[in-house]
Design a binder for this molecule. Structure first.
Ligand code: FES
Length: 269
């Protein structure tokens, strides 16, 4: 039997039901998958970021995105963007320590990932029509979650890092003969194109491009661009997961070639 809790003057009350939820489908599957996949990905990325080897294939200039830009004194000179190497070569400092924190914060404060980890790690709430795992709820109005609002600034950092990744993909056309294309080149390019798609599909990007305009008719170029990023924005979740996959695949491929476990499949030179 169900009754309704009343709170005079308060927000609309929830139905007071004895059962934790009336849902009978496998609502727990999505949060469980999210926890499993995100945890595995973070574990892999952490190990790789601190490994400090097998990050660069000198012959074809393949640099894994986890080490880009490679600005540590431990980087091989050929892998260093602009030849800069100034970060101390200590085991606790990843070679890309200058940009990895911004990438992490960009994803951590992403609107989609927020939804994903609030639901899965914090059970807040784990699914629609399933009660919140916490007694109180203050949203993102207080410390520390109020810092989620900084997402728009991490977006600018992500644009810069995507430019660096694009340069890495251009460099991946190198070969001992001068110019060449291998499977690594293709993988790096697929990764960077999808990274751009993910970055452009960001809600902050959509607002930067189309927000604060009174009349779209007076800004036809911004309107077109806004229409384009809005389409991508509809696939933001898909792009969030796909790019985790391509980042991992790109890194694993570069590692495998750099370690000598496999040879790069060459299509040209
Ligand atoms: S909202 Fe997801 S990256 Fe900006």
């Amino acid at each position: 039997m169900t009754t309704t809790a009343t709170r005079p003057g308060g927000p609309r009350p929830r139905a007071a039901i004895a059962a934790k939820t009336l849902r009978t489908d496998r609502w727990w599957l999505a949060p469980l998958l999210t926890v499993t996949l995100l945890t595995l990905w973070v574990a892999y990325a952490t190990v790789r970021a601190f490994m400090q080897k097998w990050y660069f294939v000198e012959a074809y200039h393949y640099l894994t995105p986890f080490y880009s830009p490679c600005w540590s004194t431990g980087c091989v000179p050929e892998a260093a963007l602009f030849g800069w190497r100034f970060l101390p070569d200590w085991p606790i400092i990843p070679y890309a320590a200058l940009t990895l924190p911004f990438l992490l914060l960009f994803r951590l404060t992403c609107y989609y990932y927020r939804r994903a980890y609030y639901r899965s790690y914090w059970a807040s709430p784990p699914a629609c029509a399933v009660p919140d795992g916490h007694k109180t709820y203050s949203g993102e109005t207080r410390f520390p979650l109020i810092f989620q609002n900084a997402h728009r600034y991490f977006f600018y950092a992500a644009v810069f890092i995507s430019l660096v990744n694009t340069w890495d993909a251009i460099e991946a056309f190198k070969s001992p003969q001068g110019f060449g294309i291998g499977l690594g080149t293709v993988i790096l390019w697929v990764n960077v194109v999808l990274l751009w798609a993910y970055t452009a599909s960001c809600h902050s990007c959509r607002h930067i491009i189309g927000g604060q305009l009174r009349h779209f008719s007076k800004h036809p170029v911004r309107y077109k661009a806004w229409q384009f990023v809005s389409k991508l924005n509809g696939r933001h979740m898909l792009l969030a997961w796909t790019t985790l996959g391509t980042l991992m695949l790109t890194d694993a491929y570069v590692m495998a070639v750099a370690a000598g476990w496999i040879s790069d499949l060459r299509f040209f030179h």
